[in-house]
Design a protein around this ligand. Structure first.
Ligand code: ZN
Length: 413
């Protein structure tokens, strides 16, 4: 029984969307009824366009799914009797969001993202292990430079550690430091507690903190290779191995934000000690957290990912073998995920580029070996379609959280 390998995602019509030719026109008409960033109800859109309630409703549903409309911020709505009518905004008319990406042992990346994608950046700021004064100063300067006087409506901090909904500090590190004092460097104080108040003051806009693998999963599941599927498991690889679970278009993060931490599933028994307190974790056994260090060991020198993918493209057996073995190893814990959750597709990190093919070959071989044939025969394993999946997912999360800056103040350099 073979896992179905798919070609890279080609634009298609999702099955849930009905007759595209009919809806496409009404969707454009509904979008044309928005002249600014103010919110409109379905009734108001019906009055402005002359479309029937059913036609407006169908168009709004599709435009929400595609991200072209977003739920409007509720603040400022007057008191109403009963349930207020939902309001919607056109996403391409909204102010941008500042994206601040923390990376393991590397510089922070700052970018500006709006409905068109990443429109400015990324530029580098100090690593998150720096002092608050240094990190804050370089991050705010980078944001101000990229915004060029525009006021952001919010910021999204992408973190390489589990993030509990409504908070944002690396709780796992804190627990492990208590158990094994001295093994890990201390977190900067601003990450010892919920970092959102400090971020809000720094960038003058409401912040959101999101795990980076979860953001990429949300991006691919909503807008990329997973958009036609109900239960999507996305696997990030380049900057650190991690999974994201998206069911019916919504992220599942678990009780404490740990869901999807594939890197800390045990693949070798007992294996080397991991900073999470476990042994033989996928993260330690792959020499991670990301690919930079293991690839440097493979080449016995620093190497760019472009060089690696060029080597794969010309059929280098060593590098191809490395990625096939990596896929086979990732397949071990992923096979349990498949058996437990019955996803209909697994999407791989789009930034793997040419490395996706050998990794997928190793991964699917392990899944075939370890999963029930009935599950595997239905499962699609797809290369990611969006190199900027994390940015797209971060923006979707910001839209869902209805981030909206009250002050309207520009970020000061
Ligand atoms: Zn671990």
């Amino acid at each position: 029984m073979a896992v179905r390998l798919s070609r890279p995602y080609a634009c298609g019509v999702p099955a849930t969307r009905g007759k595209r030719s009919t809806f496409a026109l009404t969707e454009r008409v509904v979008l044309s009824a928005f002249s600014d960033a103010s919110g409109q109800t379905r009734a108001e859109l019906g009055q402005r366009t002359g479309l029937s309630r059913a036609a407006v409703s169908a168009a709004v549903t599709n435009l929400l799914a595609s991200g072209e409309l977003v739920p409007a911020h509720a603040a400022g709505d007057g008191p109403v009797r009963g349930r207020p009518s939902a309001r919607y905004q056109r996403s391409d008319l909204l102010a941008p969001v500042v994206l601040v990406e923390l990376l393991h042992s590397a510089a922070t990346r700052v970018a500006v993202v709006d409905a068109h994608g990443v429109t400015a950046g990324p530029v580098e700021a100090a690593p998150w292990s720096s002092s608050w004064a240094v990190w804050a100063d370089t991050t705010r300067s980078a944001a101000a430079e990229l915004l060029g006087g525009r006021s952001p409506r919010g910021s999204v901090l992408l973190a390489p550690f589990p993030v509990r909904e409504g908070a944002g500090q690396p709780a796992m590190h804190a627990v492990e430091r208590e158990r094994h004092p001295g093994r890990l460097p201390p977190n900067p104080p601003w990450l010892e507690t919920d970092p959102r108040p400090a971020l809000a003051a720094l960038l003058d806009c409401p912040p959101l903190v999101l795990n980076d693998a979860n953001a990429a999963a949300l991006g691919e599941a909503r807008f990329g290779a997973g958009r036609d599927y109900r239960a999507v498991v996305h696997v990030s690889v380049r900057d650190g191995i991690g999974a994201g679970l998206v069911f019916d278009g919504e992220l599942f993060t678990g009780a404490s934000g740990f869901a999807g931490e594939l890197a800390h599933t045990q693949v070798t028994e007992p294996g080397r000690l991991c900073f999470c307190g476990g042994r033989g974790c996928l993260a330690t056994e792959t020499g991670g957290p990301g690919l930079a260090r293991p690839l440097e060991q493979l080449y016995e020198r620093p190497v760019s990912f472009d060089e690696v993918t060029a080597d794969i493209a010309r059929g280098d057996p060593w590098v191809t073998r490395y990625f096939r073995d990596l896929g086979a190893l990732i397949g071990k814990p992923l096979s349990s995920v498949v058996t437990l959750l019955d996803p209909d597709c697994i999407v791989l990190d789009a930034r793997l580029e040419a490395a996706a093919a050998p990794l997928m070959a190793g991964l699917t071989a392990t899944l075939e070996q370890r999963c029930p044939a009935a599950l595997v025969s239905r499962l699609r394993v797809l290369p990611g379609a969006l190199p900027d999946a994390a940015a797209r997912g971060a923006l979707a999360a910001a839209n869902a959280a209805q981030l909206s800056a009250g002050s309207g103040a520009a970020v000061r350099p």
